[in-house]
Design a protein around this ligand. Sequence first.
Ligand code: DAH
Length: 354
Amino acid sequence: MTDIDDLRAQALAAIERAGDLEELDEARVRFVGRRSELVAAQRSLKDLPAEQRKERGRQLNELRGELERVVEQRHEVLAAAALQARLEEERLDLTLPPRRLPPGRPHLLTQVEQEIVDVFVGLGYRVAEGPEAEAGAYNFDLLNIPPDHPARAEMDTIYVSGYDDVVLRTHTSPVQTRVLTTQAPPVAVVVPGRVYRADTVDATHSPVFTQVEGLLVDTGITMAHLRGTLLELSRSLFGADREIRLRPSFFPFTEPSAEVDVSCGFCEAGTVHGAQAGVDGQAPVCRVCSGTGWIEILGAGMVDPNVLEFCGVDSRAHSGFAFGIGIERVAMLRNGVADIRDFYDADVRFLARF
Ligand code: DAH
């Protein structure tokens, strides 16, 4: 028969030894659980002679009550210790200086690109995009640049090896032909994107740069619409007091073609515009416009009827204008950036200036 004092001593020792809540629970199950020796002894009371049963029943009951109390007390102690340990472990030192994460911002080229896109979205144009690895058909042929045309050589094209007639687009103009072959006029799109040329890197040349293209095709579109649109663009980029001038030029995909200049607003006090500049040892010449008073900013023209026809648009019923502007050049002029490489060097000291 179970020795009650012995069982009590064992149980109290085990409860005392329990170092955490898990060990305490093991001790509780072992000594007062449903399958414990104590409960078994209480169950077998009925087999005892009546005179022993009462006294032993009282003793077992008392022991059970005592052990349950001791378990409960120990539980309180261990639970408090566990909470304390967790609080220590999860302690936050609110006096530590915070790690500084300086806010980022769009790259200057992205800012200028977005500004131009916004001007045209405001005029009702839709944004269109095309792939940077482009079929020669879109980049050249449909733009009225046949295979033997000198413009192909001048463009310093980068070809994609392993593919017949795939190039890294040399301009955003192929998106004109992509749009015109899939969409009937009226068409009004603005096309931002990266373009590639096998140019040697220097202060003004980069093999990758950014253009924004514009295309408007409808009935009755004239050069006057082109001029008005580009004046709006130039003034919003460079200032409300600017003028533009169109000089005759040549592009295979426009006829007539023009190079567009914006009036120089950079001539500092003391420098001289135009015919006066540098004459008779006069004041120094403005470095931005070389004293001409004008800065070239983009190429444009009336969409060549060949391009319309190649793309399935009836050139007798429709006309349109197009232009392409280099973002790096605009950003350099506007923000006084002297070297195009600065845009691509990812030097935070440069980027943080804008
Ligand atoms: N694609 C020409 C270039 O990269 C720029 C250009 C000129 C685009 C005239 C046009 C345009 O749409 O009409 O040099």
